[in-house]
Design a binder for this molecule. Structure first.
Ligand code: ATP
Ligand code: MG
Length: 324
């Protein structure tokens, strides 16, 4: 699947057309923005983390029967998704009071919200994504009533699945934002991304913030927090991983005396294979491994070669990776 044309460049992602008009490629960028892009920064490696984390959550939801736009992870920064018509609403689910809710209503931070709150915001950066009621949505046709009902139902299911999944990994799902899109038949799917950019994650015991609030509030260690979320879900969930086979060839460097090669050469000659001029003997190592992406697998195999499999004083290596 190839990127054909850039359709849209947003604050966090680039969206590309592909050979298949029903699919799009998402490229997750290293940029971070907050407060409607008034605060901006770039952090190398952030796009990889949001891509991998988002793919893991979307795949998990899909496996639990939630329709999502996710098709597959392509590599560290890209994923393939269904190309949809996005409903111009951001739907926020809140399990604990914090952020703009506390500011807007003057309520205390950290209150448990049972049942969770579901809020709709109009996707409109110029207006600062204002909160809208269901009456506004109906009156101005932002979405149909059945779609609003469906979005609410899906949001609550997503909340249940993700809250449980994260709780088991020592993380509290405080709140999150979802976007939805429709295919040509009017079917609704969870779209966009689910990552520390769009959710609030608190460590269950320390209450440490492990999400974009670290950037919003200048708490530092932003990338480390995203890395921690990835570590906790990647350690447990290999569902997003593919299996790869690495075919590794290890051979002596040119100029290094190859005694095994010499012995084989002389045996071949004694059997009458006089045309053989030179023999070098190497090793062939076959390794199967799981990895979230081909790039990750390649960098792990390289590390294995350098740490153990190859003596770099006298040997060289090359390898090929194939997805199984
Ligand atoms: N499956 C999909 N098909 C088409 N567009 C999608 C899909 N999922 C998400 N999008 C849209 O792709 C864009 C992703 O880019 P990004 O998240 O960087 O945008 P953004 O800067 O947050 O701007 P926006 O206000 O439009 O969300 C968003 O506009 C999002 O609504
Ligand atoms: Mg966005």
């Amino acid at each position: 699947m190839n990127k054909i044309k850039l359709i849209y460049e947003g604050k966090a992602k680039k969206v590309y057309e592909t050979d298949d008009p029903s699919l799009a490629i998402f490229e997750y960028k290293d940029s971070l923005t907050a407060f409607n892009a008034q605060k901006k920064d770039t952090m190398q490696g952030k796009g990889r983390l949001t891509n991998l984390i988002s793919a893991t959550f979307l795949k998990l939801l899909q496996d639990k029967g939630i329709p999502t736009h996710f098709v597959k992870l392509l590599d560290d920064n890209h994923q393939l998704v269904k190309r949809l018509k996005i409903i111009p609403l951001e739907v926020v689910v809140r399990n604990t009071s914090t952020g703009s809710l506390c500011k807007r209503l003057g309520v205390e931070e950290g209150l448990d919200l049972v049942p969770p709150l579901v809020e709709f915001y109009l996707k409109n950066d110029e207006l600062g994504d204002p909160l809208v009621t269901e009456d506004h949505i109906r009156a101005f046709g932002f979405a149909s009533k059945p779609h609003v009902e469906k979005m609410k139902e899906l949001c609550l299911k997503v909340n249940e699945i993700l809250s449980k999944y994260l709780f088991e990994r020592g993380i509290k799902l405080v709140d999150f934002k979802l976007e939805f899109g429709m295919d040509d038949e009017g079917n609704i799917f969870v779209a966009d991304e689910i990552s520390p950019d769009t959710c609030r994650f608190w460590d269950l015991t320390s209450k440490e913030r492990l999400d974009k609030d670290r950037f919003r509030k200048d708490l530092g260690n932003v990338l480390e927090a995203y890395e921690e979320i990835w570590r906790r879900i990647a350690d447990w969930d290999k569902s997003c991983s593919a299996e790869y086979r690495a075919n590794i060839l290890v051979y002596l460097k040119e100029g290094v005396l190859d005694t095994q090669g010499k012995a084989v050469l002389s045996s071949l000659h004694s059997l009458g294979y006089d045309e053989v001029k030179n023999v070098r003997v190497g090793k062939y190592i076959k390794i199967t491994l799981t990895s979230p992406s081909q790039e990750d697998a390649a960098s792990r195999v390289k590390e294995m070669c350098e740490d153990l499999l190859v003596n770099d004083l006298i040997e060289e290596y090359s390898f090929e990776l194939e997805e199984i």
